[in-house]
Design a protein around this ligand. Structure first.
Ligand code: FES
Length: 175
């Protein structure tokens, strides 16, 4: 059920020596530019650009948002407004994998609180947290539209209805 995620691993610049950090920054800047340039300075593509950057880096850092502002010539405040409005964007570093447990009414009735307890116990983090190795982030959601399958767990966008003990154990080892 759990697929290996191919998204590039985000490395925190703060943990690197200065020279390495500068090299990494230059690399990331060129990655950022590559994505933005695909949209040919089209301001109406802002959300698409942000979505792609979010997918690439797993979060939107201040540097990324400033670069988008500079290259698309959109005020930084407007970009922050969008980035904080949509749940798809994170302004904090996120894990390489995402696990969500649905706490909508139908899933609640079908045992979502017990499922969430098991997932928290397995990952050793609470909703809204990311594991210290940046491997996985845990969240709760309110109805993902497949109530009949409940309780539902979503791993890297893949829905898993009535997850078995094995399904839950698997999330402890995805890498
Ligand atoms: S309540 Fe969980 S999918 Fe609808």
């Amino acid at each position: 059920m759990v697929k290996k995620k191919t998204t590039r691993r985000y490395e925190s610049l703060r943990t690197l020596p200065e020279k390495e950090a500068l090299k990494q920054m230059a690399l990331e800047l060129s990655d950022i530019d590559k994505i933005i340039d695909k949209y040919k300075k089209d301001k109406s593509s802002l959300i698409q650009v942000l979505l792609e950057l979010q997918r690439e880096f797993n979060w939107l850092s201040e540097e990324v948002l400033k670069r988008v502002s500079q290259k698309l010539d959109i005020p930084l405040t407007q970009i922050y407004h969008i980035a904080t409005f949509y749940k798809a964007f994170s302004l904090e570093p996120r894990g390489r994998h995402s696990v969500s447990v649905c706490l909508g009414t139908a899933c609640q009735v079908r045992g979502a609180p017990r499922l969430l307890d098991k997932v928290m116990e397995t990952l050793k983090i609470r909703p809204g947290e990311t594991s210290s190795d940046m491997r996985v982030s845990l969240d709760t959601v309110n109805c993902v539209g497949c109530c009949a399958l409940g309780p539902v767990m979503v791993v890297d966008g893949e829905y898993c209805g009535k997850p078995s003990t094995k399904d839950i154990e698997q999330i402890a080892t995805i890498d």
